[in-house]
Design a protein around this ligand. Structure first.
Ligand code: FEO
Length: 169
């Protein structure tokens, strides 16, 4: 059985993953409307990944005798437009860093509660966050290198299309 504290923390996290999925989806749609075919594929794919993160949490909570439920609130995503692709990825990087802090906090609680099953379960998310932060940072660094060169951004978008095809995110 999960302690009340752990169940609450995991439930919060599954809702954050759901919000992440919608955030990526929103960004993908925005990028698609701007004509970036490669970047939008990457973001659409990643939205699906975030949904998988959410599902894993729901199923783990249920398996441990809890109730893995979405809170049913309207997802609060700061619906905005972005000044640039660079700004979008800067926001995404901040978002992933925030998720990493939240995962770290959950790991800390699992140790406090001596729930080693949950501690073990969360290691997958720890690994995932290392990968996600590195991936978004790598894309952001490339976009920063490109600067205001529209031609290079065009080719970068094309590369992202191939990146999307060859890499399993
Ligand atoms: Fe599920 Fe991108 O964190």
């Amino acid at each position: 059985m999960l302690s009340e504290k752990i169940e609450k923390g995991l439930t919060k996290q599954l809702n954050r993953e759901s919000e992440s999925s919608q955030l990526y989806l929103y960004m993908a749609s925005w990028v698609e409307r701007k004509g970036y075919e490669g970047i939008c594929e990457f973001l659409y794919d990643h939205s699906n990944e975030e949904r998988i993160h959410m599902l894993k949490l729901i199923r783990y909570i249920n398996k441990r005798g809890g109730s893995g439920i979405l809170n049913g609130r309207e997802t609060i995503i700061n619906i905005t437009t972005y000044v640039s692709i660079k700004e979008l990825f800067m926001k995404l990087f901040e978002h992933e860093q925030k998720i990493s802090r939240e995962i770290n906090f959950l790991v800390e609680i699992s140790l406090q509660e001596k729930d080693y099953f949950t501690y073990n379960f969360l290691q997958w998310y720890v690994e995932e966050q290392i990968e996600e932060e590195a991936l978004i940072k790598m894309i952001l660094d490339k976009i920063k290198l490109i600067g205001s060169d529209k031609g290079s951004l065009y080719f970068f978008d094309k590369d992202m299309k191939n990146f999307h095809k060859t890499k399993k995110f």
